[in-house]
Design a protein around this ligand. Structure first.
Ligand SMILES: Cc1cc2nc3c(=O)[nH]c(=O)nc-3n(C[C@H](O)[C@H](O)[C@H](O)COP(=O)(O)OP(=O)(O)OC[C@H]3O[C@@H](n4cnc5c(N)ncnc54)[C@H](O)[C@@H]3O)c2cc1C
Length: 414
């Protein structure tokens, strides 16, 4: 009888952390990724909060991660004309309050670290493997890829992103909706990275956030790597509920038109989006989905990362949430395998059930906090407009938000 093996679908950052956790737990695994190679220029920035830093520490990755992060001290909130709303040392305070820093990375650097340091990574990560179908029996699970190859393991861990194939394939068994995720899309975003602009227009160590009716921008100045990262988000006239619409690929012309429509909006006190977009090195435009999968498991299949819970990016919680989820899953799995090295489907379902029971509530909370972090600076309603401009700056602004007390006050709408 072959040893227990996890087949992970997708090689995004959550999958790679799952691989590290499995390796530490002594559980065999393989990762199947549909892309042929990894372009480390792709992606904007990614922030990890202290809870993820602790996990990196346990995985032996924190020391190197600290050398790759871009240091920040202040958050600067501005109006769309560049005038100041508030300035706080929120980002510096994270480490003082929680013992670990808020760590912002070039996404490619973080992915590279996770991949390079994964034990036996070259033998375990298989690229060019787009998973197309799944077969499960009481003994095992088999994946078939677009290139005709099949891969058999004990269970499948679907970490294949918001439009997860694994979720769609397992959903018919659940007789649920067509995608298995009740998704809503209220915002569209243009994000990427540009060249750093010297001369004081971009203050080193500052994270700028533009607030205004129906828009919110974020810009992280990354002088040590000669870059700045930006995300520009705009509310849609009507929310989209169909998942197919959110799979849209925007053309270069559509990106240019979106950037042109917001060109005069300030990204720092003195620079506008025009200044950043004209120096862009990589950009992407996408609908920004939010939602939680109806069910996170079936038979020998379980979901994690954006495939299970997807949130808006302003609070920088999506990846953090996925990391926490895979830690919980692997801990439950390890406990089972210590008792039963060759568990049947029912025993595995028990693990998946316990995992979902532990993680669904905090993930739902993170989706809501992220929703508020998007809607508040975009002045989704008059309450937020008033609170954002007049109340928060007087009571400590983002330092109060950091303490968590503000998010709990708020209703979030479309
Ligand atoms: C602009 C922006 C900024 C963000 N900033 C932050 C931040 O600062 N902090 C944070 O915590 N989160 C952030 N997020 C969210 C974060 O990026 C996601 O939560 C995270 O990438 C999810 O990781 P994942 O591994 O689940 O999915 P993904 O990163 O989407 O990876 C999925 C992988 O699966 C592969 N795949 C898909 N289908 C198949 C298939 N059929 N077969 C094989 N492989 C397949 C894909 O090619 C991909 O490599 C941000 C998101 C955006 C859009």
């Amino acid at each position: 009888m072959p040893a227990f093996k996890v087949l992970i679908v997708g090689a995004g950052p959550v999958s790679l952390v799952a691989g590290h956790c499995l390796a530490h737990a002594g559980i065999d695994f393989e990762i199947l990724e549909r892309q042929d190679d990894f372009d480390l220029n792709v992606g904007a920035s990614t922030a990890l909060w202290p809870e993820s830093a602790r996990i990196l520490d346990q995985l032996g990755l924190l020391e190197e991660a600290r050398t790759l992060r871009i240091p920040y001290h202040s958050k600067v909130c501005i109006h769309s004309d560049g005038s100041l709303i508030s300035r706080s040392r929120m980002l510096e305070a994270v480490e003082e309050l929680h013992g670990h820093p808020w760590m912002l990375f070039h996404r490619g650097d973080l992915v590279d670290l996770l991949r390079r340091r994964l034990p036996e990574s070259s033998g375990r990560i298989h690229t060019g493997k787009a998973v197309q179908s799944i077969q499960t029996t009481d003994e095992n699970a088999t994946l078939t890829c677009a290139d005709g190859t099949t891969h058999t393991g004990s269970m499948i861990l679907g970490i294949d992103g918001v439009n997860s194939t694994v979720r769609r394939l397992m959903t018919p068994k659940l007789k649920s909706t067509s995608t298995g995720m009740n998704m809503k899309t209220s915002y569209v975003g243009l994000y990427g990275h540009s060249a750093f602009i010297p001369g004081g227009a971009m203050e080193e160590g500052c994270f700028y956030e533009t607030h205004g009716p129906d828009i919110t921008f974020q810009v992280g100045v990354a002088a040590p790597v000669d870059r700045c990262y930006f995300g520009c988000f705009k509310r849609l006239p009507q929310p989209i509920t169909s998942t197919n619409a959110t799979q849209k690929t925007f053309t270069e012309a559509e990106k240019d038109a979106f950037a042109a429509s917001l060109a005069d909006v300030h990204t720092t006190t003195t620079l506008t989006l025009r200044d950043l977009y004209s120096r862009a090195q990589w950009t992407h435009m996408a609908y920004i989905e939010e939602g939680i999968a109806d069910s996170w498991f079936s038979d020998r299949i379980v979901l994690a990362g954006d495939a299970a819970h997807r949130m808006t990016p302003n609070a920088g919680l999506g990846l953090n949430c996925g990391i926490q989820s895979v830690v919980v899953l692997v801990n439950h799995l390890r406990r089972l395998l210590l008792q039963q090295p060759e568990p049947g489907s029912e025993a595995l379902m028990g693990v998946f059930r316990a995992y979902e029971a532990t993680r669904r509530k905090p993930a739902t909370e993170m989706v809501k906090v992220s929703a508020t972090a998007m809607r508040a600076p975009a002045w989704r309603n008059q309450v937020w407009r008033f609170v954002d401009q007049y109340v928060l700056p007087r009571i400590g602004g983002d330092m109060v938000v950091l303490s968590g007390s503000v998010f709990r006050l708020v209703l979030y709408g479309s």
